[in-house]
Design a protein around this ligand. Structure first.
Ligand SMILES: [Zn+2]
Length: 343
């Protein structure tokens, strides 16, 4: 007996069939789905994926808006919606994953763990079958960030693709179990972080990306604009058991208190000595920082000065969050090295 795929494959609904809004479309689908959108050139396919995290609505809002309109695709598109159940759980678009479930975008690797791993695997198989010329995976984040792309390697095709959507390119050598890692040898792919979940500007940026990706006869083959390329992100997380608070002044119950406007530093060069937070007197060191080689770097990057945790050297932080649950479940932020690309 063949294994039943947890991914439904359907023809994309168009016009009124696409629902009144993104939630209506998701309710009609009821679960993870791959939608086929025929284009003018039937000989080529592009892959669009989104909602791998249920609390990141910009991509599905853009897709629903595009499907409801009379716009037409230049080439065939397969559009995949991942964590549909998590997105629909009340109140909508508030769960990254369902309680007790795994983070879907950490399950795209052997041993393909649990139900999320099975979905991840069938998604990769379906994408391979479509043999797309490019993959765009749209996400939101929680902090104040410009649009940026994350790729698993730097090459001309990926830089060119990024230039259609964002000024910042992050070359991420961390192995997290993401979709773009699993498909990196199949086609050039990017995760596009289009801004803060719930921000209308992020929804608009995702819609522009969808229109460009679906409707351009040719995707750029060389970068269209100057990009800032950031390399080798180091993941900065809270030590297990460390208590965190976001507050403008040191919080009595927290080991580490981080200022609620910390995310203003995203993608900025932060000078040595800049305060990142306050450490409670007597509290243990609260940070862990690891790059792809898994070496612990937090004491090289940060230091304690008069009760404050400060940058020990020039840093460029990105994806700083001010959401305590993201900080606890995932990480506080990443630190990257900057380099400008001359084109
Ligand atoms: Zn995401």
């Amino acid at each position: 007996m063949s294994r039943e795929s947890p991914l439904r494959i359907v023809d994309a609904p168009r016009g009124r069939e696409a629902g009144r809004d993104a939630e209506d479309l998701l309710r009609r689908l009821g679960g993870p789905a791959l939608m086929r959108i025929p284009g003018r050139d039937r000989s080529r396919t592009r892959a669009f994926t989104t909602l791998l995290h249920g609390n990141e609505p910009s991509g599905v809002r853009a897709l629903q808006r595009w499907l409801a309109s009379e716009r037409s695709a230049a080439v065939d598109v397969v559009a995949v919606l991942g964590a549909v159940e998590a997105a629909l759980a009340a109140p909508g678009f508030s769960h990254r994953m369902l309680p007790g479930a795994r983070d879907l975008n950490r399950c795209f690797a052997r041993p393909w763990p649990g139900a999320e791993g099975a979905l991840a695997r069938s998604l990769v198989e379906a994408l391979r079958k479509a043999s797309p010329e490019a993959l765009l995976d749209v996400h939101n984040n929680t902090g104040h960030n410009p649009a940026y792309a994350v790729a698993t390697r730097t090459d001309r095709e990926r830089l060119a693709l990024c230039s259609a959507f964002a000024n910042f390119y992050v070359d991420c050598d961390l192995r997290l179990g993401t979709l773009t890692e699993a498909t990196e040898d199949d086609c050039p792919g990017l995760a596009l972080e289009c801004g803060r979940a719930g921000d209308p500007a992020a929804d608009e940026s995702a819609f522009r990306a969808v229109c460009r990706f679906f409707e351009s006869a040719e995707l750029p083959s060389t970068p269209e604009r100057r990009l800032t390329v950031l390399h080798e992100p180091v993941r900065v997380a809270l030590c297990p058991g460390s208590m965190l608070a976001f507050d403008a002044r040191p919080h009595a119950e927290a080991d580490l208190t981080v200022s609620p406007d910390i995310d203003r530093h995203n993608f900025e060069r932060v000078a040595p000595g800049t305060r990142l937070g306050w450490l409670r007197e007597g509290a243990p060191w609260p940070l862990e920082a690891r790059g792809a080689d898994d070496r612990e770097l937090s004491r090289e990057l940060f230091t304690l000065r008069e009760g404050s945790i400060v940058a020990a050297r020039e840093l460029v932080p990105m994806m700083m969050t001010t959401d305590p649950s993201v900080a606890r479940l995932d990480c506080l932020f990443y630190v990257v090295r900057p380099r400008d690309v001359e084109e």
